[in-house]
Design a protein around this ligand. Structure first.
Ligand SMILES: NC(=O)c1ccc[n+]([C@@H]2O[C@H](COP(=O)([O-])OP(=O)(O)OC[C@H]3O[C@@H](n4cnc5c(N)ncnc54)[C@H](O)[C@@H]3O)[C@@H](O)[C@H]2O)c1
Length: 265
């Protein structure tokens, strides 16, 4: 997709989608034109028409998903089948092997996951191209309130929300992490895709009351070397589960998908 005027629809007008939409309107990616917003809730201040997804698919070239894993699971295939490219923020959706297989086989639209809240995925992917990793660990530390989940019973939710010292909330593999913490562990999924081994990646999730920044520590070791990335992100003011940098990562990924320079900054 590299025409002079690429039509972009933003699916999910929340903390990520709002910044992506505003920056696109500001000309962050030359030649990329925001044409529609799709959201399940009415958005009175939408800067372009709010449409349903069918109309957005009909009227756009690229759909930028910033809505959640369930939206990817439900709609990605038909977006690709309509020949529209899909940029995914909710990478954790693809830990479902059936969905991942269907999307790989789907098209003709293309699918790309943003690197989102983290970096270093290119190096991890290159090392994995050379030889499989032996160990990969993703350790994420967030404010407790961002980690309480609807499936938790009241006692567990209260224990996390009121934790006065760092507390391990989850330890396990990346697929389970993405399933249990769908809005918090897209990062673990993205690392798993980079190293191409969902079962290898161990995930630890820690609730820390003093975690003003969201921290991701990624360590990986294999025949190509040892890698350690430590990322501390400012949470979004609108949504403490999301880092404020994510919409800018989405815009960079969109520029890559469109093969255009991003004039962001
Ligand atoms: N890759 C990463 O590093 C990373 C980081 C943070 C968030 N994310 C993903 O991005 C998603 C969005 O994050 P956010 O902070 O903008 O969330 P948000 O809750 O602020 O906004 C999500 C928006 O999507 C809308 N929405 C939800 N379900 C919908 C549906 N079925 N149809 C249409 N609209 C729907 C909501 O109404 C809301 O306006 C998260 O759920 C998460 O999966 C990824």
């Amino acid at each position: 997709m590299s025409g002079a005027d690429t039509r972009v629809a933003v699916l999910g007008y929340g903390s990520i989608g709002r910044v992506v939409a505003a920056r696109l309107l500001d000309g962050a990616i030359p030649g990329a034109r925001l044409v529609a917003i799709v959201d399940q809730r009415p958005q009175a201040d939408a800067p372009v028409p709010q449409t349903d997804l069918d109309d957005a698919i009909a009227d756009s070239d690229v759909i930028v998903e910033c809505a959640g894993q369930s939206v990817v699971a439900e709609h990605a295939e038909r977006i690709l089948a309509a020949g529209r490219d899909l940029l995914i923020s909710s990478a954790g959706a693809l830990v479902d092997p059936d969905l991942a297989r269907r999307l790989r086989a789907g098209g003709p639209g293309r699918v790309l996951c943003t690197s989102g809240a983290i970096g270093g995925l290119d190096l991890l992917a290159a090392a994995a191209d050379a030889a499989p990793f032996e160990t990969v660990i993703v350790r994420t530390t967030k404010k407790p309130a961002a980690l309480v989940q609807p499936w938790m019973d009241a006692e567990r939710a209260a224990a996390i929300a009121t934790a006065s010292a760092p507390m391990t909330v989850f330890e396990g593999d990346a697929a389970e992490a993405a399933r249990l913490f769908p809005r918090s562990l897209n990062v673990a999924a993205a690392v798993s895709f980079a190293v191409r081994d969902l079962d290898l990646v161990r995930v630890q999730l820690i609730a820390a009351p003093d975690a003003d920044l969201t921290r991701h520590e990624i360590t990986a070791a294999g025949p190509m070397g040892r890698y350690r990335f430590e990322i501390e992100n400012l949470p979004s003011a609108d949504n403490p589960r999301t880092s404020a940098v994510v919409p800018y990562a989405v815009l960079r990924s969109l520029a890559t998908l469109l093969r255009r320079p991003a004039l962001i900054g």
